[in-house]
Design a protein. Sequence first.
Length: 639
Amino acid sequence: MRFRSFQARLLVFFLGLFVLVQAAAFFTISAANAGNARAQIDARLELVAGVFRQVLESRTQRLVEAARLLSGDFAFKTAFATSDVETILSALGNQRSRIGADVMILASLDDKIVADTLHPGVRGSPLPFAKVIDAAAEKGEPEITSIVTLDGRPYQMVIVPLLAPVPQAWICVGFLIDDRFAAEFRKQTLSHVSLLSKSTAGGWTSFATTLPGPESNDLPGALALSRWSVNRSVSLAMGGEEYVTLVTPVGGASESDVIAVLQRPLAEALAPYQRLQAVLIALFSGGVVLTAIVGTLIARSVTRPVLLLASSARKVEEGDYSQRLVIPQADEIGRLAASFNEMVKGLEEKDRVRNLLGKVVSPAIAHELLSHEIELGGEEREVTVLFSDVRNFTSLSESRTPQELVALLNAYLTRMSGVVEANGGVVDKYVGDAMMALFGAPLRRDDDPARAVRAALGMARSMAELNEDLRRDGAAPLAIGIGVNTAEVVAGNMGSTTRLNYTVIGDGVNLASRLEGLTKMYGVPILVSESTRAQAPGFVYRAIDTARVKGKRKPVKILEPLGEEKDLDPAALAEVTEYHGALAEFRRRDWTKARDRFQALLESRPGTRLYELYLERVEGFIVDPPPADWDGAFTHLEK
C-alpha cells in the first residue's frame, strides 16, 4: 500500500498497532511505570546537573570579571602601591558589594593577607588557602578557581593576580556556599540539592541542603553504603522514602573533595503514572476513535525537527557555531538539516577567518575588508596620518641581544598602539621600530585631526613612563619622533590581485613621514603640519619653522603641540610667548633683537636644540643676509 501523505501513513500505522498492543499494554504498563519514572528522573537530574554546573560557572565568571576589573583598576593599583590598607579595604568592600560577593581578600605574593573584608583587622596573617595558589602556580595557571574553607565555611573562590604590569599580589573573590545557595537552586529546578565535603576520616559531611531533617541526617550514611559514581544515578533510601540520586563534583574533576547531591523522590514521579492507569481504563472503550485523534496529533510531531532547527538557528545567531543537527531522515527535513549543517560550517570558517584577520591587522580594517567585496582600488578621502620612529634604533640594536631587542620592541609597540587605538586611531602597519597610524580611514570621525594630536601627546607621555621602567632596569632610555599631517589621500586596498593591504597613499602620507624625520633636527618629539593644527583646536602649539621638506617645493608651516592650555603651567606658556616673539623678530630680519631674545631663551633652557638652531641661523644671516625675496622658509635637503 502506497500512501500519498506522511500523515496518512502514520495514522494507519497507529490504528493497527493500537489493536495489537492495547490489551498487552494495559497489563505491562504498571511494570513500565517505575522504569519510566526512573528514566524521567534520570533525564531531569542530568539536566539539573547541567544547570548546577552552569550556575557555578556563571558565578565563577562573575568573580573572574570582578577580579579582573579590580586588577586593572589604576586607582586600586595606586592604593596598593602606597600600602594604604584602609583604602584597599574600602575598594575591596565596594567591589564586593557591587557584585554581591561574600568575601574579597588581597594577599601578597608570599601568601600573606594584606586586606580581608571578612576580618578587616587582620594584617600579615598566612592565607588559609595558600596551597591552592601554590598548586596552581606549579601548573602555570594565571587564574585559579577552587572551593576553599574560611572560618569553617566553604566558599567558591576565584584568585587572579594584580598586574602592574607584572604580578604584585593576589586578588581573591568568593561566594559563600550554604543553605541559602541550595535553597535558591531548589527554587530554580524543583530538585533537592545537598552539598557535602570529604572529612578527614574519608566520609562525607553535609554543609548545605534542601532536604528535610530526617533525610538530611540519613544522607551521609546512605552515600557511604551505596556504590555510587559521579554523574550516574542511584537509588538511596532516606527517611523511609526512596530518592533517585545523582552525584556531581563541584570543581570539575571526576573526584572532588566537594560534591553536589541532586535528588528527586521516586514516588513523586510515579504519581502521574498511577493516575494514567485509571485514565487508560476509561479510555479503552473509545480507544479506536481516540487513537485516530492521537495518531493525527503524533503525525504533526513532524514539526519537532523544525523546532529543533529553529532552536539551533537561534544559537548560531548568538555566535555558537558548534551546533550540528542530527536528524536520521532521508526526506526533505533530513536534506534541510544537512544543508543547515553545511551553512553553519561555512559561518564557523568565516568567523575563524575574521578572528585570524583581526590579529594580523587592526579590527577596524578587518571589518572593512570583510564587509565589502575585496578588490584593488581606493577612494579619495581626508585622513590624518601619524608616523612614529625610534631614534638611533640601529645603534640601540647593536647593544642588545636579539631576544632583548624583540622584547623591548614589543613592549614599545604595545604601548604606542594602545594609545593610538584608545584615541580612535587605526595602526596601519609596523616597519621595524616605525609605526604608521591612520585617523579617518577606514572609520571616519569629525574630530580625527584632534584625536591624532591627542594620540601623539599620549604617546610622548607613555614613552616617558616606558623610559622610567627602563631606567629602573638599568637600560638606556629611548627617544621617538612623531609626525602628523592631515591631507587628501587615496585610501583602499593596495597590492596585487593575490595579496592586498588596506592602506593610504599620497603626498600627504609622505609629508607626515618627512615631519617625523625632522623632529630629530629640531630637537622636539612631535611635529604637525598647519593643516592638522587648523582642524585640531584646543591645543597650545609652538610654531617651529616654515620648511621645504625634501621632495616638495612649496614651504609648509610646521608646529609642535605642547598640550591643552589647562595642562600647561604659566611658566611654559610664558616661554612659548617669548619664543614666538623671538621668531617674529627673526622673520622681520631684525637679527640683533632675534639673537638677543634667542640667547636669553637658551640661557633659561640650556641645551634646547631649537634655540641653538635659530641662533646658528641668525649668526649666519648677520654675516650673509638672505636675499630680498626671502620668505623665511628653510629648505631641507635630507629626509
